[in-house]
Design a protein around this ligand. Structure first.
Ligand SMILES: Nc1ncnc2c1ncn2[C@@H]1O[C@H](COP(=O)(O)OP(=O)(O)O)[C@@H](O)[C@H]1O
Ligand SMILES: [Mg+2]
Length: 364
């Protein structure tokens, strides 16, 4: 997958301009607030998912204008393709001259994996952030998975509401049995899918982290779930159901469900120590990068093409060797990497430097 050229018009602060990208490493360089992230964000809209900044359509349009237009020429599926997005209060998407019903129609055609500083929550934040990462990654492989999550959350909310209100009603235990049964069945499907995905992710994460840290450190990741049984959905469901039954009294006392897929986690350690508690800022960043790039590698196996790596503001806090890995040793990847420090660029041995100033691009 190669993004060849991106045309922008009335997109945030970007000038009406075309940026030509090279197949290897493209360093987008400029001071704060010049438009580096805006450029990366624009490119990533062609993956068909919403802005990685979580921005709504009107925010993407240049102040004072009524629309924004983006065009991307890219190489995928062994041919040159082109896509266009016109953003008003909605997004109109066109792929190779054919109008799509929605921008989500791009999903699977142009793929990119994004690192943004917001992703640091995967290490620094609570288990919910890590489950969100896994769930988003799995959803790209199994279109039915998001529905499973919606279903699970619905059952969980109903069980919790029931625990809070209904302890005194007749037939309470029987009703709770039904919630437990439903929650266990759906929860087991989710936990098994996540565990299976983590086992695919594991080796690749270790390999990439080894590269980023130049073999100086080891990462280990493990899916933690108190009832997972040998990847068998039926047995896992039975184990979760017994846990729910065994802890019914405390669930009732607290008015919430203490066991289930909403409590699972991804344990991440560097050299055997929990990354959240012990790793340095640079090591934490390396963990997130390794996980993100591993996610891209798993996707590559499934779709037969390597996604573009988009790395926003990743360089700060990384030592020279780690920066060198991202700029010079990611063979076979097309990389877009933004940075503020002009000294960083000096370490680039091959590739393209694109300077951004007040929304205008200069390539050197
Ligand atoms: N809709 C918009 N219209 C005009 N300017 C915008 C819009 N959205 C963001 N900007 C401007 O873009 C700049 C931020 O660009 P950004 O790409 O985040 O900077 P950086 O180069 O630091 O990554 C800010 O000056 C901001 O005011
Ligand atoms: Mg930025």
């Amino acid at each position: 997958m190669i993004a060849r050229r991106l045309f922008t018009e009335y997109y945030r602060n970007l000038a009406a301009d075309t940026v030509e990208l090279c197949d290897g490493v493209n360093v987008i360089c400029g001071e704060n607030g010049q438009g580096k992230t805006n450029l990366l964000e624009a490119l990533c809209l062609f993956t068909g998912v919403r802005s990685f900044r979580g921005a709504k359509n009107p925010e993407l349009i240049q102040k004072g204008q009524s629309f924004a237009r983006l065009k991307l020429d890219f190489f995928a599926g062994q041919r040159d393709q082109s896509a266009e997005l016109v953003i008003t209060d909605k997004k109109q998407a066109t792929l190779n001259g054919v109008k799509l019903t929605a921008a989500t129609g791009f999903i699977g055609t142009f793929c990119a994996v994004v690192f943004s500083p917001d992703n640091m929550g995967m290490i620094k934040g609570g288990s919910g952030e890590r489950r969100k990462f896994l769930d988003a990654a799995i959803s790209q492989h199994y279109p039915a998975y998001p529905r499973l999550l919606v279903e699970y959350n619905r059952i969980l909310a109903q069980r919790n509401a029931f625990l809070k209100k209904s302890a005194s009603t007749r037939g309470f235990e029987d009703m709770l049995d039904i919630w437990d049964e439903n929650l266990s069945k759906t929860g087991a499907k989710i936990s098994c899918k996540r565990a299976q995905y983590v086992s695919q992710l594991c080796g690749k994460t270790e390999e990439i982290f080894d590269g980023i840290s130049s073999g100086r450190e080891r990462i280990s990741i493990r899916y933690t779930c108190g009832y997972l049984t040998e990847d068998s959905v039926t047995e896992t469901a039975a184990a979760l159901k017994s846990q729910l039954e065994a802890h019914r009294a405390s669930d009732l006392a607290q008015g919430c469900t203490n066991y289930g897929a909403h409590r699972d986690d991804l344990a991440i350690a560097v050299n055997g120590l929990s990354a959240k508690q012990y790793a340095s800022q640079g090591q934490k960043r390396s963990c997130v990068l390794a996980l993100k790039l591993a996610e891209a590698s798993v996707l590559e196996q499934a779709i037969g093409e390597r996604p573009v790596a988009v790395l926003d503001d990743v360089m700060s806090e990384l030592d020279g060797l780690r920066q060198d890995y991202l700029m010079n040793r990611m063979e076979g990847w097309q990389v877009l990497i933004s940075c503020c420090d002009p000294h960083t660029v000096k370490g680039l041995s091959d590739g393209r430097v694109i300077e951004v100033r007040e929304g205008r691009f200069t390539t050197r």
